[in-house]
Design a protein around this ligand. Structure first.
Ligand SMILES: *[C@@H]1O[C@H](CO)[C@@H](O)[C@H](O)[C@H]1NC(C)=O
Ligand SMILES: *[C@@H]1O[C@H](CO)[C@@H](O)[C@H](O)[C@H]1NC(C)=O
Ligand SMILES: *[C@@H]1O[C@H](CO)[C@@H](O)[C@H](O)[C@H]1NC(C)=O
Ligand SMILES: *[C@@H]1O[C@H](CO)[C@@H](O)[C@H](O)[C@H]1NC(C)=O
Ligand SMILES: *[C@@H]1O[C@H](CO)[C@@H](O)[C@H](O)[C@H]1NC(C)=O
Ligand SMILES: *[C@@H]1O[C@H](CO)[C@@H](O)[C@H](O)[C@H]1NC(C)=O
Ligand SMILES: *[C@@H]1O[C@H](CO)[C@@H](O)[C@H](O)[C@H]1NC(C)=O
Ligand SMILES: *[C@@H]1O[C@H](CO)[C@@H](O)[C@H](O)[C@H]1NC(C)=O
Ligand SMILES: CC(=O)N[C@H]1CO[C@H](CO)[C@@H](O)[C@@H]1O
Length: 499
């Protein structure tokens, strides 16, 4: 969504509990952060919900852009308020949502969020919501798949059935703030003359249509993993959406769930990383509500999600002859998102037939294959040791062993506590043939935030006998895992500029 860059106003819903103060009755309010106090330095340590940690565990998801805009030349109805493409254009003659799941599985993605309604206003499920027009006529929402050549089908339902069959978490993107069909921009019904295909309504009718359609999506399609609010929602809709969310999908993780002032609509909020390039800052915390690398001292646990495209040019809907980003660039994207404590949500674009084109399917699989070949089997160490009180982790090898990267994972159950780390190794190939028993420690990588995952690729492959990670922290850290790897350096981990 190029759209997101312009309209993103983060909104975070939460039933958060403030830190317990003895003798004081705690009241859950949507905006109070949940944290504990560091026993070491008195700082606030934001606490996650189980849903947030489960979501970070998924690491990779897809954002599926398949809607009316698949059938027009430009990338969505964004910024063309009068454009209501004719519903007869929507004609996916070969659509098969199991075929989408093959690609999702090959990529290694664990959740999929489908655009159910984008800015044109078209819904890919047969919404049966009724409303009163400006002429006081009561009509059914009639810009849906039920008015298209594939009437009788329901893309949303097929998608949910396929996701459940393949064990992939599912969720929805529904744009609340724009609807060209109803002449809505920035959550407001424009007072302009209606264009071809538009239907006139009042502002209060619009708010009700949004609530009715969200109620339908959140009631009839199972338990949702992620709900995406692109551009947030208006102040008048906010309270009702928050209530609806709490009653229908309290477990869902909410993208854009917190406003930058810390007003959240859910305790299960996640934040935007602030770019659509697929690049988190090197330093990226699980905490904070701003659309960037976050803040280690924030009392809000609100991990970042990095949404980006496979097609070049920030193109989110299928583009005819749109080139794909290279496998080298996509490997860098993986390292600069998942490898920097950010969820990678990669765009997925069924074409006009309703299928993932073969060349796209191959690139997603190539990326998934790289990730599993590089990271599923660590280089085995003879012994590993985690000190119980010093935040130090060591790996010892039987014989000199070649490695070129390290994967660090913190157990964040009680918050993200490591503030910096250094990775040292005893490198034997730095020595000459004379040998020595006293190999010195060399610094091979270092950094600040670890959180769910940090991947550091060393400047070069090295042969080592021992690796030690030491840390600074606001409470004794618990490691979830520390592993070293040796991989084909198809991509060198340095940043790639977007074309
Ligand atoms: C709309 O569809 C939903 C789910 O299929 C159903 O529960 C509801 O009764 C329907 N409403 C109308 C007005 O047909
Ligand atoms: C629609 O109904 C409202 C309220 O009853 C009335 O004020 C308005 O004039 C009517 N509009 C039209 C176009 O009939
Ligand atoms: C929707 O209904 C309105 C009012 O009956 C009509 O003017 C419009 O043409 C219909 N649109 C579609 C896409 O069917
Ligand atoms: C909707 O509300 C906005 C903001 O108050 C106003 O500018 C606009 O004219 C209203 N739209 C209609 C159709 O009344
Ligand atoms: C949509 O296309 C159909 C078939 O070409 C046509 O009959 C209809 O008038 C068009 N609707 C709009 C709103 O342009
Ligand atoms: C290796 O041993 C040779 C012979 O004793 C010595 O001249 C050389 O300086 C040694 N190299 C290093 C790096 O210690
Ligand atoms: C990592 O080490 C380099 C070289 O010693 C140093 O300049 C840099 O500040 C360190 N970075 C962190 C995050 O500790
Ligand atoms: C880690 O260990 C090295 C070598 O002993 C030491 O120089 C460094 O200060 C330590 N760093 C931390 C963060 O404890
Ligand atoms: C290295 C880096 O980009 N760090 C950024 C992490 O996020 C914080 C908060 O947004 C920024 O201030 C840092 O510059």
């Amino acid at each position: 969504m190029a759209f997101l860059l312009e309209l993103l106003t983060g909104i975070c819903l939460a039933t958060l509990v403030s830190a317990h103060i003895p003798g004081v009755v705690q009241r859950d309010t949507p905006s109070s952060p949940k944290y504990r106090i560091s026993p070491l330095d008195g700082s606030k340590i934001a606490l996650p919900t189980k849903e947030q940690l489960d979501f970070q565990d998924k690491e990779i998801g897809v954002l599926i852009h398949f809607n009316m805009a698949t059938y027009i030349s430009i990338d969505g109805c964004n910024n063309v308020p009068t454009l209501v493409p004719n519903q007869t254009l929507f004609d996916p003659t070969l659509i098969n949502t199991d075929q989408w799941m093959d690609t999702i599985t090959n990529l290694g993605a664990k959740y999929a969020t489908l655009v159910a309604k984008h800015n044109c206003g078209f819904t890919t499920w047969p919404s049966n919501v009724t409303f009163q027009t400006a002429d006081n006529e009561t009509i059914k929402y009639n810009y849906t798949i039920a008015q298209s050549p594939v009437r009788g089908e329901n893309v949303v339902k097929s998608f949910v059935d396929s996701a459940e069959k393949y064990g992939v978490g599912h969720g929805f993107y529904y744009s609340v703030v724009v609807n060209n069909f109803l002449n809505v921009q920035n959550s407001e019904v424009l007072a302009t003359t209606l264009s071809r295909g538009q239907v006139g309504i009042t502002n209060s009718t619009y708010d009700q249509i949004v609530l009715d359609q969200l109620t339908d999506l959140w009631t009839n399609y199972g338990q949702l993993t992620e709900i995406w609010f692109d551009g947030g929602y208006s102040a008048t809709q906010k309270g009702k959406i928050e209530d609806l969310l709490q009653s229908l999908q309290p477990q869902a993780v909410i993208f854009n769930g917190c406003d930058t002032d810390g007003t959240c609509v859910s305790a299960n909020s996640i934040r935007w990383i602030g770019t659509e390039a697929g690049q988190a800052p090197e330093e990226n915390w699980s905490t904070g509500v701003t659309n960037d690398g976050g803040d280690p001292d924030s009392p809000y646990f609100c991990p970042a999600e990095c949404d980006t495209t496979l097609q070049t040019g920030d193109r989110w809907f299928f583009g005819i002859d749109q080139p794909l980003r290279s496998i080298e660039e996509m490997i860098n994207v993986y390292h600069q998102t998942v490898g920097r404590n950010c969820l990678l949500e990669l765009d997925l674009t069924p074409d006009r037939s309703g299928l993932i084109p073969a060349s796209y399917a191959a690139r997603y699989k190539q990326l998934g294959d790289f990730i599993s070949s590089c990271y599923s089997e660590p280089v085995a160490a003879k012994t590993t040791h985690s000190s119980s009180d010093k935040g130090v982790y060591t790996l010892t090898f039987d014989y000199p062993t070649s490695i070129d990267r390290i994967v660090l994972m913190e157990d964040q159950t009680n918050g993200q506590v490591i503030r910096s780390y250094q990775v040292h190794a005893k490198i034997v190939d730095a020595l000459d043939a004379n040998g020595t028993l006293n190999v010195p420690w060399s610094l091979v990588s270092n950094g600040t935030s670890i959180g769910h995952k940090k991947i550091d690729i060393f400047d070069e492959a090295v042969t080592v006998t021992e690796v030690m990670v030491n840390t600074t922290y606001v409470d004794i850290p618990k490691w979830r895992s520390v592993s070293v790897h040796l991989c084909d350096r198809l991509a060198d981990g340095t940043s790639t500029e977007e074309d």
